[in-house]
Design a protein around this ligand. Structure first.
Ligand SMILES: NC(=O)c1ccc[n+]([C@@H]2O[C@H](COP(=O)([O-])OP(=O)(O)OC[C@H]3O[C@@H](n4cnc5c(N)ncnc54)[C@H](OP(=O)(O)O)[C@@H]3O)[C@@H](O)[C@H]2O)c1
Length: 354
């Protein structure tokens, strides 16, 4: 029998998740919740330009909670940046209703025990009440910056450090959001949101603690550092003009220190031109896990798309990290899970399109 799946929220990543569920013989879509009333009553397949599925979207939370299902793919949008408590209660209610959750919302829940003791206890309590489990995956935080590292660590001894990086070319993003967030096109970093003290720690501290627990060390301090590069000549990207002499890329690291040594490190390289940051020798968009130990291991993972694919391959990877984990999360004992707790979850999805 297939695991019955509900999609909670109907945005960009959900589309990729729905296609992913439809492509797995062991999963079936049985429901979908949307915030906006305009989507009420629409067929889930038709909403995404697919064949009709005979499953209707509803904006009625009670109706969704009452729908028998094994798992909810939880993909509410980015309100976790400013107001996560607006949505945290829904997550608890779903778990209390007895449904497992694979979560992409509020990505730092990738390792909730390291995030906030009170929230972790609430999640645990909800799982106990519902006999359910929750696992947050995604790419970063998630499979890109933690799962890849766990894979490399399987082969090592004498681990001195583990470093994880995301590499992203932001030249193709439209709109000003990314440009403002990373400070591209600005002359200095005083007001760059991502570089304000504590911001990168906030994004990555749960990943650091997950990996520290994985290798059996305890972080006693988290240290941030960053550097930016400036455009040697003016150029244009999808979001606007980058004048010569302004910020055209940045790299940062967040380091989990143990006894004065950086043992667990997560970083980003955000660029606008492929040739920038040549010292990393990383081409394209993707992730790196690097173990310094016996042996030294480097795993580079790039994500790209087949020529006929329309969309964002990283959105697909994010969605599939959750969809492919559904059977593992449903099979696990009730509780709050992380990538440390579930076996590998390979795709059973051999079609490129539903
Ligand atoms: N860890 C990772 O690597 C990773 C990668 C990608 C995405 N994510 C996370 O996955 C989630 C979904 O991403 P996405 O790109 O699909 O987002 P999206 O398209 O912007 O939004 C998803 C849906 O959430 C609903 N929504 C937005 N704000 C809401 C609110 N305040 N309360 C309730 N519902 C709300 C919207 O519903 P309506 O359309 O009905 O208004 C929207 O369709 C985000 O939280 C994102 O951070 C994580």
């Amino acid at each position: 029998m297939a695991y019955r799946v509900i999609h909670w929220a109907t945005g960009v990543v959900t589309k990729e998740a729905v296609i992913g569920v439809l492509g797995r013989p062991d999963l079936e879509v049985v429901g979908a919740w949307a915030r906006s009333a305009e989507k009420d009553g629409r067929d889930v397949g038709e909403l995404y330009g697919l064949d009709p599925l005979g499953v209707r979207v509803t904006s009625d939370k009670e109706a969704v909670l009452a729908t028998p299902a094994d798992c909810v793919v939880f993909t509410v949008g980015r309100n976790w940046v400013d107001n996560p408590m607006e949505t945290f209660g829904d997550l608890l209610r779903i778990l209390r209703s007895g449904k497992n959750v694979v979560n992409l919302w509020w990505p730092t829940l990738v390792y909730p025990r390291a995030q906030d003791d009170e929230l972790f206890k609430q999640l645990e309590q909800a799982c106990r009440e519902g006999g359910s489990s929750i696992c947050t995956i995604g790419m970063d935080p998630g499979y890109g910056t933690a799962g890849l590292a766990l894979s490399a660590l399987a082969l090592a001894r004498g681990v001195k450090s583990i470093e994880m990086y995301q590499f992203m070319n932001n030249a193709f993003w439209e709109g000003e959001g990314i440009t403002k967030f990373f400070g591209f096109g600005q002359r200095e970093t005083t007001h760059t949101p991502i570089l304000q003290p504590g911001v990168t720690t906030g994004y990555h501290k749960t990943t650091l603690h997950m990996l520290a627990d994985a290798i059996g060390v305890e972080i006693d301090e988290i240290v941030e550092d960053h550097s930016v590069i400036y455009a040697d000549e003016a150029f244009d990207v999808a979001s606007g003009h980058i004048p010569a002499g302004t910020i055209s890329g940045l790299r940062y690291q967040v380091k989990g220190m143990v006894g004065g040594e950086a043992r667990v490190i997560v970083g980003h390289v955000e660029r606008l031109r492929e040739q920038d940051f040549p010292e990393f020798e990383f081409k394209g968009d993707g992730y790196r896990a690097e173990v310094t130990g016996e042996p030294c291991i480097r795993l580079d993972m790039t994500l790209s798309a087949l020529p006929e694919f329309v969309g964002d391959p990283i959105a697909v990877a994010s969605a599939m990290s959750a969809v492919n984990a559904i059977p593992r999360v449903c099979e696990a004992a009730p509780g709050v899970l992380s990538l440390l707790d579930i076996p590998p979850f390979p795709s059973k999805n051999s079609t490129t399109r539903f």
